[in-house]
Write a protein that binds this ligand. Structure first.
Ligand code: ADP
Ligand code: F6P
Length: 451
């Protein structure tokens, strides 16, 4: 089997005593890559005095991790600036938050070109390359310019907005033309596929775009969940709940996740459906993410304040409605929390897929499962028909969804959960990767090589 070369901005090099990885890309890919030779290339996560001219390598099993540090200027322009300040909000349909600066755009291209220059000499002629996410739109075009003719696939983990919205991005057409250098482009949902195809057609770019919904290793997560729920952390949580129903939220602390609306939705539940007062607890785990971006720091302050205010307004001496944690939690512990939850509350305003929704489904006890309350704007909503779907912009609809979930009888919970469990079990991370790689191997030459 040909060696697989993964390229992603963040490379999850295993480190002793590291905090758990919060982020769908790292989690899904690691699960999908067992059993083959892999070179995994990207940013080290370190900001140094200068951007490295050569990659530092670590070999673990059959995977060689090769990473470069970024200088503070490159990091600011490429990662904080264009990736997180321009592309992230735009691709999540948040035009109002999108900022554009030419200097950042040009820094983004410079880092992609640098990645290509460092990576190209490490490649073998029969490698298969797979680049991930919005940080790397132009990477293949730079590799092609250096003479690389290998198959190169691209997967966009985040949504793609309607073309009329994407058109607001200065230089957007250049990024679309860059995509023609990829042999195959994968997206999470048919809606993303249709939007990206329409944008490409409008820019007169020929590129192949297909839908490949990402999955999880449901079997392993279910086993972790069963162990975690009865392990020390699970028992501690269960004892502290004192028979109250647990509503669980798990997300990176990101404005795409709809956290303020979610907390307000929970407060509306307590105000409008008083029978749940004192009988329910929301545990929201939201590890700090992208703290170098001002908007993320502002969101954290807003949420610290909001959680405190709701607890102040609704709490009682022996009951705090919201437990608010901004640290990452080990995966196995989290899995146990999912299993203990009566409701999984997953309400992003827009999300590529949302693996947490799938993890919640995988973690449930088949004899007494909880209910997923899910945003209709998460990619996962297209697959998880057993969930209670809500509009995440409307706190009242979130409250009604929560009330329905908390009131649902066991037979209905089991019937709905079975539908989701089947989807999650059959659409694993490994199946997702092998479907994409098969299609990549069968792909014809990309437009950029034919011309
Ligand atoms: P994103 O890619 O935007 O972060 P996803 O929901 O697709 O969103 O993936 C998030 C991944 O990160 C999931 O596998 C989830 O379990 C993990 N994760 C999220 N929050 C935490 C946390 N608090 N602690 C540990 N892992 C987390
Ligand atoms: O797809 C979502 C994503 O951008 C991934 O690419 C990334 O691993 C995750 O969110 C976490 O973001 P960051 O790497 O910027 O901390």
């Amino acid at each position: 089997m040909a060696r697989l070369v993964i390229i992603s901005n963040r490379v999850p090099v295993p480190r002793a005593r590291s905090t758990p990885q919060a982020g769908g890309l790292a989690v899904a890919l690691k699960q999908a890559l067992a059993d083959r030779d892999v070179l995994w290339f990207g940013w080290s996560g370190h900001v140094g005095a200068a951007t490295s001219e050569a990659a530092a390598e670590t070999v673990i099993g059959r995977t060689r991790y090769a990473t470069v540090d970024l200088s503070s200027v490159d990091h600011r322009l490429y990662y904080t600036g264009f990736s997180n300040g321009t592309l992230w909000p735009l691709l999540h349909w948040r035009m109002g938050l999108t900022e554009f600066q030419r200097e950042e755009y040009s820094g983004y291209r410079t880092v992609n070109e640098h990645f290509a220059r460092v990576l190209a000499p490490m490649l073998r002629p029969d490698d298969v390359l797979w680049a991930h996410d919005f940080h790397l739109f132009p990477l293949a075009a730079f590799l092609r310019a250096l003479g690389c003719t290998q198959r190169i696939g691209f997967f966009l983990h985040v949504p793609f907005p309607p073309p009329s919205l994407f058109a607001a991005l200065p230089q957007g057409d250049v990024l679309l033309r860059d995509l023609a250098a990829y042999s195959l482009i994968g997206v999470q949902t048919d809606q993303d596929r249709d939007n990206l195809r329409a944008a490409l057609a409008h820019a007169l770019v020929g590129a192949r775009v297909e839908t490949f919904p990402i999955g999880i290793d449901a079997h392993a997560f279910a086993a972790d969940a069963a162990r975690g729920a009865t392990g020390p952390e699970g028992r501690r949580l269960a004892a502290s709940l004192a028979d109250r129903a647990l509503v669980l939220g798990v997300d990176r602390l990101d404005y795409s996740k709809g956290l303020p609306h979610r907390l307000q939705g929970f407060a509306r539940l307590l105000a409008r459906f008083p029978r749940h007062r004192r009988r329910v607890t929301l545990l929201q785990v939201a590890p700090v993410s992208r703290n170098e971006v001002a908007r993320y720091r502002a969101l954290r302050r807003e949420l610290d304040e909001l959680a405190g205010r709701i607890n102040g307004e609704h709490g009682e001496p022996d009951w705090n409605p919201i437990r608010w944690i901004t640290r990452a939690v080990p995966r196995a512990t989290l899995a146990g929390y999912h299993r203990l939850a009566r409701v999984g509350l997953v309400t992003p305003l827009r999300d590529g897929m949302n693996l947490v929704a799938k993890e919640f489904a995988a973690a449930q006890n088949p004899d007494d499962p909880g209910v997923l309350v899910l945003s209709r704007f998460a990619g996962a909503a297209a697959e998880l028909s057993g969930a209670v779907l809500v509009n995440p912009h409307d706190p009242d609809e979130i409250a009604e969804g929560l009330d329905a979930a908390l009131s649902m009888d066991k037979a209905t919970r089991i019937a709905r959960w079975r539908r989701d469990a089947e989807v999650v079990r059959t659409g694993s991370a490994a199946t997702w990767a092998s479907r994409f790689l098969h299609a990549l191997e069968a792909a014809t030459e990309p437009a950029a090589l034919v011309e």
